[in-house]
Structures are given as C-alpha cells and as structure tokens.
Ligand binder design. Structure first.
Ligand SMILES: Cc1cc2nc3c(=O)[nH]c(=O)nc-3n(C[C@H](O)[C@H](O)[C@H](O)COP(=O)(O)OP(=O)(O)OC[C@H]3O[C@@H](n4cnc5c(N)ncnc54)[C@H](O)[C@@H]3O)c2cc1C
Length: 418
C-alpha cells in the first residue's frame, strides 16, 4: 500500500487517509459508471474497480436481445480504464467487508479503502429443485447468453418460466429463432408485479400474436432434463428451460458487516446513496433509496438507475457530502423490447389516483398515464416515444394535466396541461 497522504470525501471523521482511494465492488453498469463519473468530476485519487466476472465489463440489456440472437458478438463498455487511471481487477470476488479497519476481503487477500462503493447488482432467483438439471438456464450474465445462443440456433421447443420483462424478451428472441415457446406464469397475468391487470391484459395478448403459448396461473412442480411438470399435472416437453422469475440484490457477502439491509435484501441507502456505515456508498440494482418524490423507498432494477445513481455517488465523494450535491431522487425510467414493440416506462404509479389511456391498447401504439393530485406521476408508452419523453419531463416538473386532454392521443402530452 502506498503511503502518500491524500484527503478523500465520504469519510465522516474527515481525517487524513493513506492512499487507498475509492474501491468499487462490482464491475457492472453501476460500478463502471461510478468509476468514470469520479474521473469526470475531477477525483484524482486512486480508483479500484473489482469485478467477480472474468470478462471485460459489459452492458446487460443486449444479452436478451442482439447478443442472444448472435446479432452482436458482445456488449463490452467502450471505456479505456487504463487511460482513466482506473485499476480494473477482474475475476476477483469480494467475500466480506470489515468496516472497522476499512478493508474488503477478496480471494486474493484483503484490500484497504478510504471510500467504498457497493455496486454488486442482483442475482437471478432460481427455480427450487432445478439447480444442476441439464438444459435449465438463467439469463443474467454474458456466460448465460453464450450458453443459450447455440441452444437457440438449434431451435428446440423452449419453456420459459416467468412472464416478466426478461421472460417476455427471451420468448421474443426464441420465437425469432424459430423455437416453439411456452411461457409458464404462476400469477394470473403477465407482469404481475409491474403493471395493473388492465394494462397487463393487452400486453399478455402479444404472446399469442407472436405464436408463443402463455399459461397463466400455472405453477411449476418440478423440472427434469427435457421436461417441465406443472402442479396441475400437465407435462411440457422442453429442449431448454429458461427461468426468469426475478432477481434479488447480491448482498449476501455483506452479512455481519454492519451495512444495513432491507427485507428485500437491498442495501438501504440514504438519499445521498450512503449506507449505514461511514464511507460506504451503494448504487444500482443492489441498493434501495428513499424517494421523496414518491414518498417511499424504491428498489429499481433498471439500467437508467445504474447510470444516474453513480453520478450522485461520485458527486458526494468528490464534494465530501456537501449539501449542494443534493439527494438522489430520480424519475425512474426503463425500456423493454418485446414482440416487435418498444415499451418504455417512466415514473412510479404506486399511489396514483387515476389511470388514463391514450389510444387503443389493442392497437400497435398506445400509452397509459397515471395521475396523482392532478399531476402526472408515471407513463407507460408502447411505440410512442414522444409520450415517454414529454411525460418524463412533466413528471419531473410535477405539472398538473387535464385528464380529458391526456386521453386524446392526438394532443401532445406537453400540451395537455390543466
Ligand atoms: C438480460 C437482461 C436484460 C436487461 N434489459 C434491460 C432493458 O432492456 N432495460 C432496462 O432498463 N434494464 C434492463 N436490464 C437491467 C439492467 O441491465 C440492470 O439494471 C443493470 O445491469 C444494473 O447494473 P448494476 O451494475 O447495478 O448490476 P449488475 O449489472 O448486476 O453488475 C454487478 C456486477 O457485480 C459483480 N459482483 C457481484 N457480487 C460481487 C462480489 N461479491 N465481488 C465482486 N463482484 C461482484 C457481478 O458479477 C456483476 O458483474 C436487463 C438486465 C438483464 C440481466
């Protein structure tokens, strides 16, 4: 360890530190963006980025789209880590945090830090009893996508477990590859945790349109090689099974570290993305944060959150938590490409009082707007990117809208003020 003395932010006591600098655990979108944002914002101390995966850091959204279908080789980030002076260490899993001595443990030994950023993302949930069964896949990593690519190229019948965002995107790719696709969903509808039943209904119809069979209210009882057995006695033949039933923050390694976790496994960060331990921040899929905008704690598992959060973490580190850096309170945003449609969502509709349709949900493009106290709080747009872009700005501004004007898809949202 070097012994040049520097000062770094995010350290409550603000004592002089030895030159360990900022250590970031997790080299996904949030970790990489934090490292880059630190340099962009003028941080000159050492930055070390530790990633468990052996691959050059990469973007995940293409894994269920172009990379899966072989239309793109990989999705590595275009970042010159060396030129930015970022110490990238790949294939290094961090196994523990000893906050009292400001060190993390890795298989290669302990590593000191002055400021630590937790960016370990999320791990997909697995289907009980399916571990090690040949032909059962998850879709989270580049390795997962690389394993699935040759499978799709052979176009076997596939069973997708879970009709959420990943399940829909994988079903889309599998249909495009020519597979017979059956999607098994335990809830009575698609996207059960994400959108209300009225909105899920037209989206559920996209499966049949694309030639995929959707079985809702269907529970998997067991899986064996080549077959999925449902609780109602049905058996589905499956050359491959893809499980997309959600993800949980990858925070097990923090047990006993003193970093406070919520019941959902997320690091419960504060409004500046600081954890309960001084000098330790958390960002991306592994962290939840209090949203004053929505009056509740949010755990967001989407790309834009792993882009925006790091800028706030970096600003707080550089400014040493000075008041002017402000809280992290974004209008959450994500997109999904499924069944030939571009779906975008901004905001958070929990707590909305009114839902207004724009256009015919049976048609190719439509939107749904959610209002609270007359103001737009969330918008879901299918093939209507202008609604999304304008809606996002209106949500940020808290502008009151006229429901009658909102319901007319010919009136631009930005002209629908009350
Ligand atoms: C297939 C797929 C498609 C997606 N498509 C979309 C989309 O269309 N739109 C959208 O908005 N979002 C999409 N997402 C979500 C988006 O990719 C995530 O929100 C984003 O990747 C989160 O970034 P992150 O850095 O927080 O976590 P991650 O990307 O999960 O990165 C965390 C990294 O930390 C590493 N790590 C974990 N534990 C340790 C440890 N103990 N030590 C060292 N390293 C560790 C992991 O190996 C991983 O590389 C998609 C996700 C997936 C999986």
């Amino acid at each position: 360890m070097a012994h040049q003395v520097i000062r770094v932010g995010g350290v409550s006591e603000q004592t002089e530190q030895t030159q360990s600098g900022v250590v970031i655990v997790g080299a996904g979108m949030a970790g990489v963006q934090t490292a880059v944002a630190l340099r962009e914002q003028g941080y000159t101390g050492p930055v070390t980025l530790l990633g468990a995966e052996p691959h050059q850091p990469y973007d995940r959204p293409p894994l269920s789209k172009a990379v899966l279908l072989g239309k793109a080789e990989d999705s590595a980030f275009d970042v010159d880590f060396e030129a930015l002076g970022i110490g990238l260490r790949l294939g290094v899993e961090v196994t523990g945090l000893r906050a009292d001595v400001r060190e993390v443990d890795t298989e290669a030994g302990p590593l000191p830090y002055d400021v630590l950023v937790l960016a370990t993302g999320a791990r997909p949930l697995t289907l009980p009893g399916s571990d090690g069964v040949p032909g059962v896949h998850l879709l989270r990593t580049l390795d997962d996508a690389a394993r699935l690519r040759p499978v799709l190229a052979e176009a076997p019948p596939v069973v997708v477990v879970g009709a959420g965002w990943i399940g829909a995107e994988f079903a889309t790719a599998a249909r495009e590859a020519g597979c017979a696709v059956t999607v098994v969903e335990a809830a009575e509808r698609v996207l059960a945790g994400a959108v209300p039943a009225e909105v899920a209904e037209p989206m559920g119809n996209w499966y049949a349109e694309a030639g995929a069979e959707l079985l809702t209210g269907a529970r998997v009882a067991s899986v064996e090689e080549g077959r999925v057995h449902l609780a109602d006695g049905r058996t589905l033949e499956a050359g491959a099974v893809v499980v997309g039933i959600g993800a949980r923050p990858a925070t097990d390694w923090l047990a006993g570290s003193g970093v406070e976790l919520g019941p959902d496994g997320s690091v419960t960060a504060d409004a500046r993305l600081r954890t309960s331990v001084p000098g330790v921040y958390a960002v991306g899929d592994c962290a939840s944060f209090p949203s004053a905008r929505y009056g509740e704690r949010l755990l967001v598992h989407h790309w834009d959150n792993a882009l925006q959060g790091p800028r706030v973490v970096a600003a707080n580190i550089v400014a040493q938590d000075a008041a002017e850096t402000g809280p992290y309170d974004p209008v959450p945003y994500f997109w999904s490409e499924q069944f030939g449609r571009f779906v975008q969502y901004a905001g958070h509709h929990g707590g909305a009082e009114e839902m207004v349709w724009r256009g015919d949900p049976a048609g190719a493009s439509w939107s749904v707007c959610w209002l609270r106290g007359g103001a737009l709080v969330a918008v879901l747009a299918v093939g209507r990117p202008r609604d999304l872009a304008q809606g996002r700005r209106l949500i940020e501004a808290g502008t009151a809208l006229s429901p009658a004007a909102v319901s007319d898809p010919e009136i631009p949202l930005k002209s629908a003020s009350a």
